[in-house]
Ligand binder design. Structure first.
Ligand code: HEM
Ligand SMILES: *[C@@H]1O[C@H](CO)[C@@H](O)[C@H](O)[C@H]1NC(C)=O
Ligand SMILES: *[C@@H]1O[C@H](CO)[C@@H](O)[C@H](O)[C@H]1NC(C)=O
Ligand SMILES: *[C@@H]1O[C@H](CO)[C@@H](O)[C@H](O)[C@H]1NC(C)=O
Ligand SMILES: *[C@@H]1O[C@H](CO)[C@@H](O)[C@H](O)[C@H]1NC(C)=O
Ligand SMILES: *[C@@H]1O[C@H](CO)[C@@H](O)[C@H](O)[C@H]1NC(C)=O
Ligand SMILES: *[C@@H]1O[C@H](CO)[C@@H](O)[C@H](O)[C@H]1NC(C)=O
Ligand SMILES: *[C@@H]1O[C@H](CO)[C@@H](O)[C@H](O)[C@H]1NC(C)=O
Ligand SMILES: *[C@@H]1O[C@H](CO)[C@@H](O)[C@H](O)[C@H]1NC(C)=O
Ligand SMILES: *[C@@H]1O[C@H](CO)[C@@H](O)[C@H](O)[C@H]1NC(C)=O
Ligand SMILES: *[C@@H]1O[C@H](CO)[C@@H](O)[C@H](O)[C@H]1NC(C)=O
Length: 301
């Protein structure tokens, strides 16, 4: 649940649809519209990822975004629908799926800490379209190099520091073999291995991912502490055990590598993550009268 919600945030950022008004979000937007909204979401999240277009189901003419990303990651959508249903019971047609997603991701990660790890501004509205092309155009590939990552983030008004900080989300969750096994078996098309990948770790990964075509096996992205939201992602990176090329890329630039060193400090990581994810959560949001409040997150009204 924690991982899933987080990925949704990840996708929400890069899969943003529509106009970029940016502002318009505020703290506790629902205070006078649905007083308990945030608490209902928190409670529901504890019990069981911007607009929420990824939640739309595919239709015959429109392969929805949720089918564009690795199955396993997003097939557990029901959790978000359940949380939304809880909110609908109390305040029908008031709280957007995009806000439910943003709050649930925060609450899922924060649960263990018994305090919210970052502030989530609300007032997002949901998009009315959901297209696979938008995801594919916006989500960076795990084989991206530093230059491409920086450009991609810059396209969303995120800087190098945000890139390094937000990549720290890979402290939780898993990656499927097909997202990185080129690094093990065919890095430059000559049956070779990525020299920047820790050789000992590569040998281990080969025992897990036995071929280039394996798309079902997955491994932790942060093997030091896969389930914990902490700064061990950066420790893993410095051991040259970053799973994706996009992770390893953060060490290929001096400025970026210097930021990695700073984020080994967990308090610093938490503080910076709170800042960057808030920034990310304001990108391309629909507010005011734009879009709609979806009744069910997986289908437009
Ligand atoms: C820097 C560019 C990024 C790239 C190239 C990238 C790529 C990926 C890939 C390929 C996966 C594995 C999916 C799978 O194989 O199942 C993944 C998982 C994940 N990503 Fe990212 N990501 C990026 C940034 C982010 C950001 C900004 C966040 C959140 C702030 C994030 C959060 C996650 C989480 C939590 C998972 C684990 C999913 C799970 O365990 O089911 N990622 N990412
Ligand atoms: C949330 O859960 C707490 C603890 O179980 C409970 O006291 C509170 O009434 C719940 N809030 C809502 C809005 O359901
Ligand atoms: C959407 O997908 C969910 C499962 O992900 C399914 O239960 C639901 O019936 C689908 N809704 C529509 C309108 O196709
Ligand atoms: C697909 O598009 C055609 C033509 O635009 C339309 O007639 C049909 O109803 C659409 N089907 C679905 C399932 O949306
Ligand atoms: C992908 O989803 C389909 C249908 O939900 C399921 O049968 C299949 O096992 C899933 N594949 C993976 C790798 O999770
Ligand atoms: C980074 O990747 C892009 C796109 O694949 C490529 O055009 C560029 O040459 C690469 N840059 C470096 C420094 O390898
Ligand atoms: C950045 O946006 C421009 C214009 O939309 C696009 O052509 C380019 O491919 C994007 N770059 C990346 C790395 O996403
Ligand atoms: C490795 O890559 C090369 C060049 O893309 C390709 O011709 C070859 O078939 C690949 N090897 C395997 C085992 O897929
Ligand atoms: C995994 O690979 C198999 C065989 O190449 C293919 O049929 C299947 O659709 C793939 N599944 C995913 C989730 O990409
Ligand atoms: C490779 O990873 C191991 C931990 O598994 C670590 O002790 C070692 O220092 C790493 N080697 C390099 C070159 O980063
Ligand atoms: C990066 O840092 C190293 C060592 O600090 C230095 O030797 C190198 O010239 C720097 N590279 C760039 C591009 O600044």
């Amino acid at each position: 649940m924690r991982n899933q919600a987080f990925v949704l945030v990840c996708i929400v950022v890069f899969g943003v649809v529509g106009t970029c008004h940016g502002g318009g979000l505020k703290k506790n937007y629902y205070a006078d519209k649905c007083r308990d909204a945030e608490e209902i979401i928190k409670n529901a999240t504890e019990q069981r990822g911007c607009d929420a277009s990824i939640l739309l189901n595919s239709t015959a003419n429109n392969t929805a975004e949720k089918d564009a990303v690795p199955n396993q990651t997003l097939s557990r959508f029901d959790a978000i629908d359940d949380i939304k249903a809880e909110v609908e019971k109390k305040c029908p047609n008031v709280v957007s799926c995009a806000d439910v997603l943003a709050l649930a991701a925060r609450d899922a990660v924060s649960f263990k800490f018994q305090r919210p790890l970052w502030e989530v501004l609300t007032g997002r509205r949901d998009g009315t379209v959901s297209q696979i092309s938008e995801v594919l155009a916006n989500i960076p590939s795990p084989s991206s190099n530093f230059t491409t990552l920086v450009r991609n983030f810059a396209n969303h008004s995120l800087n190098v520091r945000d890139l390094v900080v937000l990549s720290g989300a890979h402290t939780i969750g898993v990656g499927h073999c097909n997202a990185f096994s080129n690094r093990l078996y065919n890095f430059t098309g000559k049956g070779d291995q990525d020299p920047s990948l820790n050789a000992t770790y590569a040998a281990f990964l080969k025992t897990q991912c036995q071929s280039l075509s394996d798309n079902t096996t997955f491994v932790p992205m942060d093997p030091i502490s896969v389930l914990a939201f902490d700064s061990n992602y950066y420790v893993t990176l410095k051991q040259n055990r970053g799973l994706f090329q996009s992770d390893a890329a953060l060490l290929t630039n001096n400025g970026s590598s210097n930021i990695v060193n700073q984020l080994l400090n967990q308090n610093k990581f938490f503080a910076e993550f709170a800042r960057s994810i808030k920034k990310m959560g304001a990108i391309g949001v629909l507010t005011g009268n734009a879009g709609e409040i979806r009744k069910k997150c997986f289908v437009v009204n």
